[in-house]
Design a protein around this ligand. Structure first.
Ligand SMILES: Cc1cc2nc3c(=O)[nH]c(=O)nc-3n(C[C@H](O)[C@H](O)[C@H](O)COP(=O)(O)OP(=O)(O)OC[C@H]3O[C@@H](n4cnc5c(N)ncnc54)[C@H](O)[C@@H]3O)c2cc1C
Length: 314
C-alpha cells in the first residue's frame, strides 16, 4: 500500500471537518501524508498524526504572497518528494486552481468535483448538472483529485503522535502577481456555503425578505443560499448564489424556499442528500427533485418550522 498525499492549507486546531474527510478518504486508499503550504506547529503536527498521518511535508521557506502560484509549486515539489499514489485536495476554487497548476507542473491528470474515490483510484463524479454520474480515472502521472465536501464521513481522532516531517525547497515562482491588500469579510457566524451540512436557500418568492430563511438556517446551524433571482435583485450577496453560475453544493439537507427550481438552480444543488421544497405553486419544477415538498407560503411555513424546532428543543 502506497501513500496518499493530502493538501491541507493552514490546519487550524481542531482540524476542520473538510480536512478530516480528506484524511478519512486517504486512509481508504493508502497511508495518509500531508502537504502543508504553511509551517505547522508541533501541536498541529501531533493532531494530524492522530488522524493517521505518517509524514508531513512543509516548505523550507515561507511561501511568497503570489496568490496560488507558490502553493501549486510547493505541492508539485511535495509530490516529487513524497512519491504518493495519489494526491487529494478540497474542492474550493483555490484548491482546484492549486490542483490544476500542480497538474501542469507534474504532467499529471487532474479530476475535480469527485464525490468518491475507490481504493483502485476510480473516481466518481456527478456531471452535466447532476443528471449523470461518471466514473473516471487518471491515466497520466500521479492522480490529482479534488473532492467535494460532505462526500465521506470524517476521520475519527486517535492518539496523537509525532509524524516524520520533511522540508521541501520550492523554486522561485514569481511574483507574477502580488497581493496588495486584504480586507476581512464580514463574519456571519454561519458555515461556509460549499461545506455546509445544512443549507436554507431563498428565491424570488421571498420578495426581498430573507429573515425567515436566515432564522431557520441559524436554528439548524446551516448556511444561507439563494437563487440567482434573489442575488440579482440585491436581496443577498452574490456569494450566496447556488447553481450553474453560482456555487455547487452537496449538503445533507437543502431547504429550498420560494425557488421555482430552474435547471440552472438544480445544477448546483441536486446532489444534496435530502431536498425539502417550500413553494406555493404545486407545479413548481423544484418538486420534481424534492424528497419532501410543502405547498404553501414561505412566510407561514418557515416560521412554523422554526417554532416547532424551538419547541422540540425546549
Ligand atoms: C446562463 C444562466 C445561468 C443561470 N445561473 C443560475 C444559477 O446559478 N442559479 C440560479 O438560481 N439561477 C440561475 N439562472 C436563472 C434561472 O434560470 C432562474 O431564472 C432562477 O433560478 C429563478 O429564480 P427563482 O426560482 O428564485 O425565481 P422564480 O423562477 O421567479 O421563482 C419564484 C418561485 O417562488 C414561488 N413563490 C412566490 N411567492 C411565494 C411565497 N410567498 N411562498 C412560497 N413560494 C412562493 C413561486 O411559485 C415560484 O416558483 C441562470 C440563468 C441563465 C440563463
Amino acid at each position: 500500500m502506497g501513500s496518499v498525499l493530502v493538501f491541507i492549507d493552514v490546519p487550524s486546531l481542531p482540524l476542520p471537518r473538510a480536512s478530516r474527510e480528506l484524511l478519512a478518504l486517504a486512509a481508504t486508499i493508502g497511508t495518509p501524508a500531508v502537504a502543508s503550504p504553511q509551517p505547522l506547529s508541533e501541536d498541529a503536527a501531533a493532531e494530524l498524526a492522530g488522524y493517521g498521518v505518517q509524514r508531513i511535508f512543509e516548505p523550507s521557506q515561507p511561501l511568497p504572497e503570489v496568490l496560488v502560484a507558490a502553493k501549486a509549486a510547493f505541492l508539485a515539489e511535495a509530490v516529487r518528494a513524497a512519491a504518493p499514489d495519489a494526491v487529494l485536495l478540497g474542492n474550493s476554487f483555490e484548491d482546484r486552481e492549486v490542483a490544476a497548476r500542480a497538474g501542469v507542473k507534474l504532467g499529471s491528470g487532474v479530476i475535480t468535483d469527485a464525490v468518491a474515490v475507490a481504493p483502485d483510484l476510480a473516481v466518481t463524479k456527478s456531471v452535466l448538472a447532476g443528471s449523470y454520474t461518471s466514473t473516471c480515472r487518471v491515466e497520466t502521472g500521479v492522480p490529482i483529485i479534488t473532492v467535494k465536501a460532505n462526500s465521506v464521513e470524517p476521520a475519527e481522532r486517535g492518539a496523537a503522535g509525532s509524524p516524520e516531517r520533511g522540508l521541501v525547497t520550492v523554486p522561485e515562482t514569481g511574483p507574477a502577481a502580488v497581493v496588495m491588500e486584504r480586507s476581512e469579510k464580514r463574519v456571519s457566524g454561519r458555515p461556509e456555503l460549499s461545506e455546509a451540512r445544512v443549507i436554507v436557500a431563498g428565491g424570488r418568492g421571498l420578495d426581498g425578505d430573507f429573515g425567515p430563511v436566515e432564522e431557520l438556517a441559524d436554528l439548524l446551524g446551516g448556511a444561507v443560499g439563494a437563487s440567482r433571482a434573489a442575488t440579482d435583485a440585491g436581496w443577498i450577496e452574490h456569494s450566496a448564489q447556488v447553481g450553474q453560475t453560482g456555487k455547487t453544493v452537496s449538503p445533507q439537507l437543502y431547504i429550498s424556499a420560494g425557488i421555482s427550481g430552474a435547471i440552472q438552480q438544480k445544477a448546483g444543488m441536486q446532489t444534496a442528500k435530502v431536498i425539502v421544497a417550500v413553494n406555493k405553486d404545486a407545479d413548481a419544477p423544484v418538486f420534481e427533485i424534492a424528497d419532501f415538498g410543502v405547498v404553501g407560503d414561505v412566510f407561514k411555513v418557515l416560521p412554523q418550522a422554526a417554532e416547532e424546532i424551538r419547541k422540540r428543543r425546549a
